[in-house]
Design a protein around this ligand. Structure first.
Ligand code: SF4
Length: 556
């Protein structure tokens, strides 16, 4: 039988991108192949996000579009992975009968058997006994959506740990030579229960991976040519592993539940005991895997960010000067209603402290910070909003994600706090903040003109890709690629050489990133550009506009 072709599309956050990559690796090793065109696929998978309404709407519309393909090709298997599968359960299947497989984030290790089961059943559906087949498809699908409801977090953690540990990049990785960055998960889930957020319900309680597993995974990725690692966690700076209470199953140390701690600005109170703190983990990764040229982490929780972490970032040259620290609002009243656990004053204290330790433009290492803001949370007054404007001005983010509040089913706010701010007010506040942030981003970019930075080169810029008339798409890991024309159904060539073959002219605009995560555009000679991705080169900044810097390479 020819290899089954899978179309996998990812919505939402970096955690989902990593999950998709692990799923892609797993399926590739089992003989599946990937296509960038859903119409060519035997298996269509959507890895979904429930954090924003917009991302969910896109999934509903994709599923709606599949109705026609599925009636033409009834053997096609459609799977919904991630947060929507976990949260909506059978409701989703009732509303969208095209769905054959559902698999929550804590059950992804079971996905190959769920797909296999569904593929077999679909095939028998078009041949033998349709009624029995439909029953079997639904039973198989529902197995994949039970993680939180079954309450077996420890068990889910164990099996997911195996999934993380089994990740493969090369030689079967479909990403090819563009691939120089990778995500590595250090914690899963969240214990914070912000009232607007569905993550603690869909991804479960916070658990922390053993440091030895993380270091081994980073080493393996580095050995395969990965130059930049981003450590992932919903509240990444809460990482801590207490070795004394570690459980060992079949000779493998298991992840452990996150313990609540309020570090404030202090060092982790368990530092120096038989514990790997977040600061320890960063230091160990920096020292033990020197071939990783850049190490980042997202997303940071503004409280409990100890001075020990800032000192390690300051003292380890390959740790990036970039922090993503959502504030959400500048009003203490709103922060309380959101259950964020800090005040606007505490947030600003952290930003000042981080800049005190890490902002060093004189050595070409300015600290760049990005944030998230929600406008129009229930009962937000003009006074509350004015405090958010103040916080935005004070924080001087390089960039900020600004969202209009929309109640998410399954959250505390959805059930208990009426959504009383009219959409027109939300829109007005959203636009006002966007205008302020655009100005600040532009100012921050202009401040970099004349500076020299080490940049890690990624590949042709999105602007170059669009201008060349090619279609931008995503490889299974979420790495941005360009594939011209319609897929032939053959294995696609995701390599940088194949990509550059599609450009005309002597130069092509490339992009790279500073260690503060600012994007730098520069012209690269087309003939030699294929050697650039993943390299760190020195660039002088000649212009800065909006979120982008423009410059030239100045080393040979
Ligand atoms: S910290 Fe709050 S917003 Fe972030 S994942 Fe946890 S509950 Fe959601």
């Amino acid at each position: 039988m020819p290899a089954r072709r899978v179309y996998l599309e990812t919505f939402g956050c970096q955690m989902n991108e990593l999950d998709s990559e692990l799923v892609a690796g797993q399926l590739t090793s089992l003989g599946y192949r990937f296509t960038s065109n859903a119409d060519d696929a035997d298996v269509v998978l959507y890895n979904t996000c429930s954090v924003r309404e917009q991302a969910e709407q896109k999934v509903w519309s994709r599923l709606g579009e599949l109705r026609k393909s599925k009636s033409d090709k009834p053997e096609m298997v459609v799977g919904v992975l991630g947060c929507m599968a976990e949260r909506d359960g059978t409701d989703l299947m009732d509303r969208m009968p095209v769905v054959d497989v559902m698999c929550g984030p804590a059950e992804l290790d079971k996905l190959p058997s769920l797909i296999d089961n569904a593929v077999r059943t679909r095939l028998s559906l078009v041949t033998d006994d349709p009624k029995a087949a439909i029953k079997s498809v639904k039973a198989a699908a529902l197995q994949g959506s039970s993680s939180r409801r079954s309450g077996t977090l420890a068990a889910a953690g164990d099996s997911l740990e195996y999934l993380d540990l089994s990740r493969s990049v090369s030689p079967i990785d479909p990403i090819g030579s563009l691939r120089k960055s990778a995500y590595v998960r250090i914690t899963r889930g969240c214990n914070k229960f912000c009232t607007y957020c569905v993550v603690p319900f869909t991804r479960g309680a916070e658990i922390h991976r053993p440091p030895a597993h993380i270091i081994e995974e980073v080493q393996r990725l580095a050995d395969q040519g990965i130059a930049e690692i981003t450590l992932l966690g919903q509240t990444v700076n809460h990482y801590r592993f207490e070795h004394g209470s570690a459980k060992i199953t079949n000779g493998i140390t298991q992840p452990q539940k996150g313990q609540a701690f309020k570090g404030g600005h202090r060092r982790d109170p368990l530092a120096g005991t038989n514990t790997t703190t977040f600061a320890d983990l960063l230091y160990q990764l920096h020292e033990k895997v020197p071939s990783v040229q850049r190490l980042r982490f997202v997303t940071s929780y503004p409280r409990d960010f100890g001075d020990d972490v800032l000192e390690v970032i300051r003292d380890c040259p390959r740790l990036c000067r970039y922090l993503h620290v959502p504030a959400q609002t500048g009003s203490d009243r709103m922060l309380k209603k959101m259950n964020r656990g800090y005040t606007a004053g505490e947030y600003s204290e952290f930003i000042d402290r981080a800049r005190h330790y890490l902002h060093q433009p004189e050595i070409g290492r300015p600290l760049m910070i990005s944030g998230d803001i929600i406008v129009g949370f229930p009962t937000e007054t003009d006074e509350d909003f004015a405090l958010t404007v103040e916080l935005l001005e004070r924080s001087r983010y390089k960039s900020c994600f600004i969202f209009k509040y929309s109640p998410r089913p399954g959250t505390v706010a959805y059930d208990k706090i009426p959504d009383d701010i009219p959409n027109s007010v939300k829109r007005e506040r959203n636009n006002a903040l966007l205008a302020i942030q655009n100005r600040i981003s532009d100012e921050v970019s202009k401040e970099q003109i004349g500076c020299e930075f080490d940049i890690m080169i990624e590949g042709p810029s999105q602007h170059a890709i669009k201008a060349s008339g090619h279609r931008a798409t995503k490889a299974p890991s979420g790495v941005q690629l360009t594939i011209g024309g319609k897929s032939t159904g053959e294995a696609e060539d995701f390599s940088i050489t194949a990509l550059l073959d599609r450009f005309e002219g002597d130069t092509v605009q490339f992009s790279g990133r500073t260690d503060g995560d600012q994007i730098v555009m520069f012209d690269a000679p087309t003939a030699t550009a294929s050697t650039l991705p993943g390299r760190i080169r020195r660039a002088r900044i000649t212009d800065g506009r909006g979120l982008s810097l423009f410059g030239e390479l100045i080393d040979s």
